[in-house]
Ligand binder design. Sequence first.
Ligand code: GYE
Length: 323
Amino acid sequence: MKKLFSAVLVLMLVLSLAACGKKSETTGKEDKKITVGVVQTNANESDWRTANTNSINKAFEEAGFETKMVFGEGDHAKQISQAQQLIQEEVDYLVVLGLQSAGWEDVAKAAKEAGIPFIMADRKLDLPEDLYTAMVCSDFEAEGKKAVDWLKKQNLPSYKIVVLGGDTGSSAQLGRSKAIEEGAAANGWEIVFNQNMKGWDENLAKQAVADLIASGTEFNVIYAENDNMARGACDAMSAAGITYGKNGDVKVIAFDANKWALEKVLAGEFNLDVECNPLHGPRIVKLIKQLEAGEKIEKNVYVEEEVFDCDTITREMIDARSY
Ligand code: GYE
């Protein structure tokens, strides 16, 4: 009788263990739906941002994650409180795309104390390596240096550069602005205008260039830190009868390489577009799955990005693009 009881007990134990799902190496939970908190910048910030948000939502849905996405809408303090709220809600992972690169230490510490992996995406944040789990970002200074190298090769008789910066304090703005400012200083180029447009706003960029033209400021290079602002600048120049692009008086440099912007490169309206790839969704999913499985991950990953030049771009290159 005793033997039968022991056999039944062992069988029940084996069956109960077998019934347990796969255990997460991160959360310790078994076969629970993974919940990912995403602190995004703004819903309608730019075409880049739209592609980025769509990429995250699509990849997370396909991966079976529950996504809790919130938007800071230009307010850094709001992003901080949103992140803290997601930690309180005990999300399994926290993904942050910061409006500002500074000021994230307390959130990162709280996530660490709560055992929630902190993944920074898009824009690197000012955090020591022990306060974040992984980084999937663009190297914005390297992007800017690609533009500076191209500009140098143009051997212009003079360089009078208009810098249309992105959101002040974002790592994207800081990196791209650092590259052109250092490039201008090293090459003796003149920066005739250097202002950041709140929210990367296309209309603010258009108005700034219109005001420059109206004031008689001479310039022959537009360095716009995203496609939308480059388009705004071109609209202002068109309205004033100023020629630009491949055969124009003003060189136009843009960043992001949205598909519609590459059409402008092909048409010769933009001279150069430096890619900033927004498709972080699949990259973050891969990271989370590796962490779930207890696999070693590559902590800092800069996204591979290329440059599109009006003299070499082809229709095939554009058709091959996914955003
Ligand atoms: O260049 C801009 C977006 O963080 C790299 O933010 C991103 C930037 C991108 O609004 O279009």
